[in-house]
Design a binder for this molecule. Structure first.
Ligand code: KIV
Length: 279
């Protein structure tokens, strides 16, 4: 398995880092087979798996359940789990307890936290405690209420300067990597050049050290809004709908199940017990 150090080396060697989210064993297994470098158990699970309209309702218990499933599916892939909304803004003992469970019970390798400001102390204290921490700047979905929606961040000169300062502070606090979400590609390129830690982009252009996409967006397992920065590599939602429609038709028309989908007993026993029911 790669370590947080390996990603530094990848940055130094200009080797792009491929990261994808996973929420269950099958998606994690698929990503592992595709030789992804790093998995993210994102709190986007709240939206793409649980059907909420934001990540706000996601709990530590949810993240624990998803993380355990992901590690069962991809035990050898370096896995980062999101600390969900308000789980790292209260007493540090609560944060450390959540992280302890994610690392010891689920077996993930690192955690991700959103924002700067008070989050910097969390990054510092967790890193001091031996926890690899990934930062997250730009569009930080846990702050959607404050940001006023899901829009591109860092567009004004002041906002870009603040984001650059925050990125530096996150690195200074000990984070091993940084996610930049939905920022102009020029700003993402500048941050990537400035920091020594790897910068993983989503909707941040092609100059970052790596990319992350949400699994369900990537494979087209969604019938909702697809952000313009997503490249869809399959249309699994459509395929699933077609498959289930065919199944419903087959059941209604008594086409399914066929004999090959059924179990059988000895003919003699069937004759004796049931009078030779053939179907
Ligand atoms: O929760 C998530 O999936 C994320 C990615 C969008 C980076 O934080």
């Amino acid at each position: 398995m790669k370590t947080s150090k390996a990603f530094l080396k990848m940055k130094a060697g200009s080797e792009p880092i491929a990261m994808v989210t996973a929420y269950d064993a099958p998606s994690a297994k698929a990503a592992a087979k595709a030789e992804v470098d790093m998995l993210l158990v994102g709190d986007s699970a709240g939206m793409v798996v649980h059907g909420y309209d934001s990540t706000i309702p996601v709990t530590v218990e949810d993240m624990l359940m998803h993380s355990k499933a992901v590690k069962r599916g991809a035990p050898d892939v370096f896995t980062v789990t999101d600390l969900p909304f308000l789980s790292y803004n209260g007493p540090f003992s609560d944060t450390i307890q959540a992280v302890r469970r994610l690392m010891q019970e689920a077996g993930v390798q690192a955690v991700k936290v959103e924002g700067s400001g008070r989050t910097l102390t969390v990054i510092e204290r967790l890193t001091e405690s031996g926890v690899p921490v990934m930062g997250h700047l730009g569009l930080t979905p846990q702050s959607v209420g404050v940001l006023g929606g899901y829009s591109v961040q860092g567009k004004s000169e002041a906002a870009a300067a603040k984001l650059m300062d925050d990125a530096r502070a996150i690195q200074q606090s000990g984070a091993f990597a940084l996610v930049l979400e939905c920022v102009p590609h020029q700003l993402a390129a500048a941050v990537t050049k400035t920091l020594t830690i790897p910068v993983i982009g989503i909707g941040a252009g092609g100059a970052t050290d790596g990319q992350v996409l949400v699994f369900h967006d990537l494979v087209g397992l969604t019938d909702g809004f697809i952000p313009s920065f997503v490249k869809q590599y399959a249309s699994l939602q459509k395929e699933a709908e077609t498959a289930v429609s065919q199944y419903v038709y087959d059941v209604k028309q008594s086409i399914f199940p066929e004999n090959r989908h059924s179990f059988s007993m000895e003919e003699e026993m069937d004759d004796r017990l049931f009078g030779g029911i053939k179907k």
